[in-house]
Design a protein around this ligand. Structure first.
Ligand code: SF4
Ligand code: SF4
Ligand code: SF4
Length: 319
């Protein structure tokens, strides 16, 4: 019997859904085992009321991509949780807040001020900002979802059974996840679905795999400063590479094309706070002068170390 499957996009870019579509012929094979009962708002023309009418726990597996920024997303997630046996936070936005979660270093008021008043392309002489309710022609009440005070990972709103990293998850890894779901061969609830290896473990530049020793880094460089050597470890060359502390289910996609890992795979299992672990891991290989350069060259270290994980961190944001 086919598994009843749902996909919901909250505050994300839908790139995670594209990762599923990237499976191409393997998705066609998987679809034989999946009955899509809800895929909103991107793919199927289903209404939220259709979801509300479904019996509780009638959906076998629900995937959620994107973080939570609007009251509407909180509402739908709670219903989806009620209707689903397994709920997966799919991709780093859903699992940890993602790039959109960097908004948490600003207040809601600061964000509105910038978006509705201060950008070069904004012309807003009447000072209009979104309202959750307004009356049109004196009789029609229109509503908009509330913009929440901060971005939340999905697990802050509902219980999550499994977490998947990646921005988006790599299609090879997605294939393994779909197979695991279809076969029911899943890890204990609450786990990340990962091979458990770091990006360094699968990176062809890893000094250990070449029998070389890691050296102390004395100079920090940004990728805009030049083209890194294509063979050597990027971190050893002074580029901030989060490979040592990031799940490597992408197969080290970025270092393979000469770009340092930015940490989208999420923390290795057992790490509670990605940014804190990253500060400790990267800091431990930098000399004192290199630490000074890091501070000078990167305007905001919170945004560097918590690029994908601020809402799920112990800090959560600045407040
Ligand atoms: S994790 Fe990346 S690809 Fe997925 S929704 Fe967020 S920003 Fe888009
Ligand atoms: S630090 Fe980066 S470049 Fe170096 S081995 Fe690890 S993933 Fe590869
Ligand atoms: S190398 Fe790092 S940033 Fe690049 S896809 Fe893999 S986990 Fe994400």
């Amino acid at each position: 019997m086919a598994l009843k499957f749902a996909f919901y996009l909250a505050a994300g870019c839908a790139g995670c859904e594209m990762a599923l579509v990237d499976l191409a012929d393997r998705l066609v094979d998987a679809l034989e085992h999946l009955e899509v009962v809800f895929w909103a708002p991107t793919v199927a023309d289903v209404k939220y009321k259709d979801l509300e009418k479904m019996p509780d726990k009638s959906i076998d597996v629900a995937l959620v991509d994107g973080a939570v920024r609007l009251s509407e997303q909180e509402h739908i997630l709670k219903i989806l949780r009620q209707k689903s046996k397994i709920l997966v936070a799919f991709g780093i936005c859903a699992s940890m807040g993602g790039i959109a979660g960097l908004a948490n270093v600003h207040t809601k008021e600061e964000i509105f001020e910038t978006v509705y008043f201060k950008t070069y392309s904004t012309d807003n002489p009447e000072g209009v900002v979104p309202q959750t309710k307004c009356v049109v022609d004196g009789k029609y009440e229109l509503t908009l979802p509330e913009f929440l005070e901060k971005v939340k990972p999905v697990c802050e709103v509902v219980e999550v059974d499994y977490f998947v990293g990646g921005c988006p998850p790599h299609h090879e890894h997605v294939a393994k996840i779909v197979e695991a779901i279809v076969s029911g061969n899943l890890p204990p609830k609450g786990s990340w679905i990962t091979d458990g290896k770091s990006v360094c473990d699968v990176c062809p530049r890893n000094p250990a795999s070449k029998g070389e020793k890691r050296e102390f880094v004395r100079e920090v460089k940004r990728t805009i400063e030049g083209v890194p050597d294509e063979e050597k470890c990027l971190l050893q060359q002074g580029y901030v590479c989060f490979g040592p502390i990031t799940q490597g289910d992408c197969g080290a996609s970025c270092p393979k094309v000469n770009i340092p890992c930015r940490g989208c795979g999420g923390p290795l299992p057992g790490v509670k706070d990605f940014g804190a672990r990253a500060i400790s891991a990267i800091g431990s290989v930098l000399s004192e002068e290199a630490v000074d350069q890091l501070i000078e060259k990167y305007g905001n270290l919170t945004k560097l170390f918590y690029r994908y994980s601020l809402p799920a961190s112990l800090l959560g944001g600045r407040r």
